[in-house]
Write a protein that binds this ligand. Structure first.
Ligand code: FDP
Length: 324
């Protein structure tokens, strides 16, 4: 990269500009998705700022605790949920919201409804919040046929029907990875501009990788094929080198590394959790959509992840995703 030239770059591909470019490829589009995405981007900026200030502002306390001013403090995941619900409803482009934080789907007030359903985990990797390790927001977007008559059944669509998905990682930098079904692009938040700038155009996962990523602490409960597969990563029988293990325990961070470096991320079923741990609608589907758009693959252990048809908004599934 020409760093000197880069320092003085004056023609920046912001996420807004990118989404508008994508929109212009569909002359019939009325810009609804562009508006919805701009509200999601705003939510990500808000949460990024809250995560950065978490230590300072003592936002990491338990929900319900009070601060020195006697005001109730909000836990970061509760706050993030509020931020996204408000951003999505106020966009006027959503009719149903499915959030990891809310037991039931939210049906938007008919006066504010639009044609999209958004499934999201406002702050994934919550066990990593208090020690400053990367966490993130994950989202998937569906189109609903009739916003006025939408039912829960209509929300339970297979992942392959999603029209866009992405995640935002709050780490050493804040990175938003997005696909609207035409490849995957990554944007990094420039805090001085307050804008996400394209830094990772057209991400393609390497077809092979040297890393496996799994919580090996669950190994005693794995089934035989999973145990055998992980054993082969460590003791290959084909003369290749053993793979390296990397596991952060934040899906966004583990999937982001897998997307950029290649390899495999798995959260299999085990005897204690026969359906695995990760949630279909706002973890498995958006990440599988991005993986496939980047040339990788994602399976449940029984079939293609995006072919699953959920029967419950908080359903879980095993997942194996990464290099083809
Ligand atoms: P967390 O429980 O910290 O919120 O589904 C949530 C998730 O994190 C994922 O982000 C992560 O990949 C996984 O759970 C980690 O689970 P283990 O702690 O069981 O490894």
């Amino acid at each position: 990269m020409d760093h000197a030239a880069d320092t003085f770059r004056t023609d920046l591909m912001t996420i807004t500009r990118h989404v508008l470019n994508e929109q212009s490829r569909h002359p019939e589009s009325r810009g609804d998705l562009t508006i919805l995405l701009s509200h999601i981007v705003l939510g990500c900026k808000f949460v990024a700022s809250a995560v950065n200030k978490a230590g300072l502002a003592k936002l990491t306390g338990l929900a319900g605790e009070t601060n020195v001013q006697g005001e109730e403090q909000k836990k970061l995941d509760v706050l993030s949920n509020e931020v996204f619900v408000n951003a999505l409803v106020s966009s006027g482009r959503t009719c149903v919201l499915v959030s990891e934080e809310d037991e039931k789907a939210t049906f938007v007030d008919p006066k504010l409804r639009g044609k999209y359903c958004v499934c999201f985990d406002p702050l994934d990797g919550s066990s990593n919040i208090d020690c400053g390790v990367s966490i993130g927001t994950i989202f998937g977007i569906y189109m609903i046929k009739n916003q006025d008559t939408v039912t829960l059944e209509e929300v339970l669509q297979p992942g392959k029907d999603m029209i866009a998905a992405g995640y935002c990682m709050y780490g050493s930098s804040c990175t938003l990875v997005l696909s609207t079904g035409n490849g995957v692009n990554g944007f990094t938040l420039d805090p001085s501009l307050g804008e996400f700038i394209m830094t990772h155009p057209d991400i393609k996962i390497p077809p092979k990788g040297k890393i496996y990523s799994v919580n090996e602490g669950n190994a005693k409960n794995w089934d035989t094929p999973t145990a055998k597969y992980v054993e082969k990563c460590k003791y290959p029988t084909d003369g290749s080198s053993p793979k390296s293990l990397r596991y952060i325990g934040s899906m966004v961070a583990d999937v982001h590394r897998t997307l950029l470096y290649g390899g495999i991320f798995l959260y299999p079923a085990d005897k204690k959790s026969p359906s695995g741990k990760l949630r279909v609608m706002y973890e498995v589907f958006p990440m599988s959509f991005l993986m496939e758009e980047a040339g990788g693959q994602s399976f449940t252990g029984k079939g293609r992840s995006l072919d699953l048809i959920p029967t419950d908004i908080h359903e879980r599934s095993p997942i194996f995703l990464g290099s083809s």
